[in-house]
Design a protein around this ligand. Structure first.
Ligand code: UT7
Length: 362
């Protein structure tokens, strides 16, 4: 089926709400299709930064990191092996396409969520399209920090559901270790982040019940100064001492972001369940941004979510920002834990500030 074939609206293409017929000149009913995941993949660099390794280079301890974050190790891209945001994204998409058993030239759209691309232009998406021979697929990057992949998922979903395209790839990739200050001054932030990429391939499905049954995307720019990577002194929030922040390295007001994350995460779950008219017990998996295990635990307790329904891999990979949710989902899928009929909620929050959710019917 081409991307422009109409899928009949429920009740027939020309049926009105009252069951009658539209006059001949009335535009066709909007096309509403289902959407499904047909493949996922991820890429994690082999090199690891363990807590013991961090103890050797900064004033921290394994005990502090594990207690405050749940993290034991994170991955680090190695430029000597040509690992970077775009090459990791490319590896993740290759794996997702192999899983989907389709060639890259069937993609109509490639969205890459990242805040750590090598070049301002071209986009990571364009470089991937070239490397994987994705033909004339539309390609763009999206910068919404840790929420980026879930933002991209919602955008691709709506484009497929609306009938504009048939097949899309949504990738999250981050090479964040390049922005970490591993001196003691940056220890609150540097222990958190790791590198990696995750990808998913989505396709229009004949069953309109499949796809997102509720989603939300939010932002609050007043919080931008709680998490940023400045390039020039002019980028600093008013009144900041330039000596207190290093150019080109991530600054995070950990406590503020923590407070925002705990509250937002919980209200995001409540809002999404509400929109869908679904109870928390009906959700098979909550696939959440891995920012800090304490934030995940707080949400789990509040909604009474059993441990096996809230996937956690932060102890192995750390916080990989936009890559976090798709890596988790790929691991879950490959473990055979996603079944037809499942409801799965994707959730993320991060710099911007931004937050987003997507509740899917499989
Ligand atoms: O993914 C994007 C969104 N990001 C997040 O969701 C991250 C949210 N924030 C957090 O996860 C936490 O705030 C952190 C893990 C970053 C920090 O944990 P915290 O419990 O909020 O620590 P804190 O910043 O309040 O610092 C507590 C103490 C301080 O010492 P004093 O002032 O009490 O003596 C820090 O200097 O812990 C100290 N500290 C450390 N000690 C050992 C901060 N970082 C470290 C460290 N090792 N790495």
């Amino acid at each position: 089926m081409s991307s422009h074939d109409a899928i009949p609206a429920p009740g027939g293409e020309h049926a009105s709400a009252g069951g009658g017929h539209y006059p001949a000149h009335t535009p066709k009913a909007p096309r509403v299709a289902g959407v499904e995941f047909i493949g996922t993949g991820s890429y994690l660099p082999e090199d690891k930064i363990t807590n013991a390794g961090l103890e050797r280079i900064m004033d921290t301890t394994d005990e502090w990191i594990v207690q405050r974050t749940g993290i034991r190790e994170r991955r680090k891209a190695d430029p000597a092996k040509h690992e970077s945001a775009w090459t990791m994204a490319s590896g993740a998409l290759e794996n997702a396409l192999a899983d989907a058993r389709i060639p890259a030239d069937q993609l109509d759209l490639i969205i890459v969520a990242t805040v750590s691309s090598e070049m301002a232009t071209p986009s990571v998406a364009s470089r991937i399209a070239n490397r994987l021979k994705a033909g004339k697929a539309a390609a763009f990057d999206l910068a919404a920090a840790c929420s980026g992949w879930v933002y991209g998922l919602n955008v691709a979903h709506e484009m497929i559901r609306g009938g504009g395209i048939t097949t899309a790839a949504v990738i999250g990739t981050e090479h964040l270790t390049q922005y970490m200050d591993y001196s003691t001054a940056g220890r609150g932030c540097a222990i958190l982040f790791g590198d990696g990429a995750g990808a998913a391939v989505l396709r229009r499905a004949a069953d309109p019940a499949k796809g997102a049954i509720a989603w939300s995307m939010h932002g609050d720019g007043t919080g931008w100064k709680d998490l940023y990577i400045p390039r020039r002194p002019d980028d600093l929030p008013e009144g900041t001492d330039p000596a207190a922040v290093k150019m080109g390295q991530m600054f995070m007001n950990g406590r503020e972001v923590f407070k925002f994350a705990v509250g937002t995460f919980q209200s995001l779950i409540a809002e999404t369940l509400d929109k869908a008219g679904v109870r928390a017990e009906s959700v098979a998996h909550f696939v959440c941004h891995q920012s800090n295990v304490r934030i995940l635990e707080a949400a789990r307790e509040r909604f009474g979510i059993p441990q096996d329904k809230l996937y956690v891999n932060i102890h192995r990979v750390g916080n990989t920002s936009a890559a976090s949710v798709p890596i988790c989902f790929d691991e879950l899928r490959r473990a055979g834990r996603i079944h037809p009929g499942d409801k799965v909620m994707f959730l993320a929050f991060g710099a911007g500030l931004t937050w987003s959710s997507s509740l899917w019917q499989f």
